[in-house]
Design a protein around this ligand. Structure first.
Ligand code: SF4
Length: 436
């Protein structure tokens, strides 16, 4: 068995899943650094002797990816390429007993709230004084800001409350401290994330405080863009839209997963809203924040979804002309209310429906993109790739939305900088332009 001379105690953090998991890995990263532990994130060098996998347990594909990643590193341990393997995050929180039995090569499994215990196993102590500080895994010019943990919503298909627990908001002062730390370290764009950002404050202030929080964050010097994600449609705090409309550094952008629109499906999914109120909300968002880009995500193939329900969803997508849209096929999750129902829609029908919705959306996106040609827009450049510098407008969030490409040989910009770009041409999802 080949045992390579390994560098002592070097930790390699591997992050799977959503931006909330990335933030957790960034906190772990900075805690280890502060404890003088040699640590890297997603290193391809194989000189780390300890691996920590921060897993995702959301839906079937994500769970499969997490399990395959654990197996990959368990095999590396058996082959002597690493010495210790630790697993944390949502999959570990949700399936610890099963994982301990199925993949015993892992030294220890931790839940989503066990950072101090994980640090102990890595020979480090949890440093309270570091609250609000983290080592970014994104390019430094943008950072995810997790304003709360957990969720109190009863959505029937969702396992997140099982893995992340009840909704807990971070106090505004703590969030402000975190934003100042990020800005001091070069962050220009703050991406607000949570399981449900519109619930912010209800637990600790007894009222919805998202509007207040937006005011506080956008008032911090150096914050150039604030972007709102994971808004929930029912009991939506419309005062947040007024703050968005009147604050030049709050992006005219909202990510609001609506999941479905037919009354029957919204009821079955326990979304606490109706088709009429959903359509009214979309209208209100557009009226209160002119020029806003609305991003939504939808689920097709939920138990009980009829052809009529699906047709209603397609009409909704056509009527609302969302600027950005993603669609998931329903994943039958044990431990959820929907998980007790019959998974009645065949997989191929789920996929056909998802493809149909994206077909409609592709045409909408192509039409809306064409309308940008000739406009001069503000772009934040994220990276250089091949012959292009690639960035985003205020209507685009990283990794999920559209991008703006400018030729690197005839346009000079620095990654992490803003520049005004004249849009010369458009594709279905991306735009091409020239720096002004
Ligand atoms: S609001 Fe989001 S995280 Fe919360 S239960 Fe519903 S789908 Fe899950």
């Amino acid at each position: 068995m080949k045992t390579k001379a390994l560098k002592r105690n070097k930790v390699n953090i591997v992050t799977l899943g959503c931006s909330k998991n990335s933030v957790d890995s960034e906190v772990l990263y900075s805690q280890l650094k502060a404890n003088k532990v040699d640590v890297v994130h997603e290193s391809t060098e194989d000189d780390a002797n300890i691996v920590v996998i921060n897993t995702c347990g959301f839906i079937d594909n994500a769970k499969e990816e997490s399990i395959n990643t654990i197996i990959r590193w368990a095999e590396a341990k058996q082959a002597g390429q690493i010495e210790q393997l630790f697993v944390t995050g949502c999959l570990s929180q949700r399936y610890k007993p099963e994982l301990e039995k199925e993949i015993p090569e892992v030294d220890q499994y931790f839940g989503t709230t066990h950072l101090p215990q994980l640090l102990k196993s890595l020979g480090a102590d949890y440093k309270h004084e570091l609250i609000g500080e983290r080592q970014l895994t994104t390019p430094s010019h943008f950072a995810y800001l997790k304003i709360s943990e957990g969720c109190d919503r009863p959505c029937s298909f969702c396992a997140i409350p099982i893995m992340r627990g009840k909704h807990v908001s971070k106090p505004i002062e703590e969030i402000e401290k975190e934003v100042r730390f990020l800005v001091k370290n070069g962050t220009k764009e703050i991406l607000i994330i949570a399981q449900d950002s519109t619930y912010y404050g209800l637990d600790i202030y007894g009222e919805r405080k998202l509007a207040t929080l937006l005011q506080h964050i956008s008032a911090i010097e150096g914050v150039e863009w604030v972007r709102l994600h994971y808004a929930y449609p029912s009991q939506f705090p419309e005062d947040a839209l007024d703050v968005m409309a009147s604050s030049p550094n709050i992006c005219k952008y909202i990510d609001i997963p609506l999941q479905h629109v037919s009354d029957a499906m919204l009821k079955t999914m326990r979304r606490g809203i109706t088709e009429k109120r959903t359509r009214d909300l979309v209208k209100t968002i557009r009226e209160k924040v002119p020029g806003i880009a609305i991003r939504t995500t939808l689920i097709v193939g939920h138990p009980g979804e009829t052809e009529e329900d699906f047709e209603a969803l397609c009409r909704f997508v056509e009527d609302c002309q969302f600027e950005r849209l993603g669609v998931f096929t329903y994943s039958h999750e044990d431990g959820t209310h929907s998980g007790t129902m019959e998974d009645s829609v065949p997989q191929e029908v789920k996929e056909e429906r998802a493809a149909r919705v994206m077909e409609i959306q592709q045409a909408i996106s192509a039409k809306l993109n064409k309308q940008r040609v000739g406009q001069v827009v503000k772009v934040l450049f994220d990276r250089k790739e091949g012959d292009y510098f690639i960035g985003r407008t205020e209507w685009d969030s990283p990794e999920v939305d559209n991008e703006v490409l400018v030729k690197a040989d005839s346009n000079y910009v620095r990654v992490g900088d803003f520049a005004m770009v004249k849009i010369d041409s458009a594709e279905d999802f991306d735009l091409y332009g020239t720096v002004q």
